[in-house]
Design a protein. Structure first.
Length: 239
């Protein structure tokens, strides 16, 4: 992390605006054939929210080619910077919008009612719909408040496609990305879609940094069925 330590103060200030600090590429890109990529971003008419969010994340790797943490005045709701740029949080926000969930609006509405529940590290005195949803700590807080927090483990099998993962890069710098449905060759890991400085990429970086947050908003069909299935009487007694 020596590169981080030598950054000019101005750059550190710009990164702090979003809390989505990323300044380099990990150089662990996971490439797939064009035909497979086209299939991965295709969304069928009857697609589930989980399928939509997976396709939406991977599609960004063909659209977002740069990183820009500048503060920008956005429209509301569904405000966004230019699709060809953004920060790590924008990967998550844009993927969720493919399912009809606008995290800009969701966070803003929750922060208006429960501002004290959110981090105050930026000195803000009230919610700001231009930037709040683009800050990693705020996204982490919102997912946790929705009851979507998952256990943090070192077992790759516990991180499923569509899961949101947050990391600490060092020196208090945070990052966030999404687990894709693309498996890393010869491993149990799925590639991560994230933007750490060179645009949205799909890379093998799940355990590259210290994981500080793990969230699952959408369950797989089978998982949802298992949770909804009523227990028989014997199970209830044994419990």
């Amino acid at each position: 992390m020596s590169m981080i330590r030598t950054l000019p103060v101005l750059f550190l200030f710009i990164f702090s605006l979003t809390g989505c600090q990323a300044i380099r590429s990990s150089q662990r890109e996971v490439g797939i054939p064009e035909r497979e990529l086209a299939a991965a971003i295709q969304v069928k008419a009857d697609a589930t929210p989980l399928e939509k969010i997976n396709a939406g994340a991977i599609e960004q790797t063909t659209q977002t080619t740069s990183y820009d943490a500048s503060y920008v005045k956005l429209g509301y709701p569904n405000g966004d910077v230019s699709l060809n740029t953004g920060v790590c949080a924008d990967v998550v926000v844009r993927a969720f919008r493919k399912t009809g969930i606008d995290l800009q609006k969701e966070l803003h509405e929750d922060m208006k009612k429960h501002f004290s529940k959110y981090p105050r590290k930026w000195g803000a005195r009230k919610p700001d719909s231009n930037i709040d949803h683009r800050r990693v700590p705020n996204l982490m807080t919102w997912f946790d408040r929705q009851g979507k927090t998952q256990q943090i483990t070192k077992d790759a099998k516990n991180y499923q496609p569509g899961d949101i993962v947050a990391w600490e890069l060092g020196n208090g710098l945070l990052h966030i990305g999404m687990v894709s449905k693309i498996k890393v060759e010869s491993s149990d890991r799925h590639a991560i879609v994230h933007n750490i400085g060179a645009g949205a990429r799909m890379e093998d970086v799940l355990f590259e940094w210290k994981i500080i947050g793990h969230y699952r908003y959408f369950e797989r069909k089978q998982d949802a069925k298992d949770k909804a299935r009523p227990r028989n009487r014997n199970q209830a007694v044994q419990d």
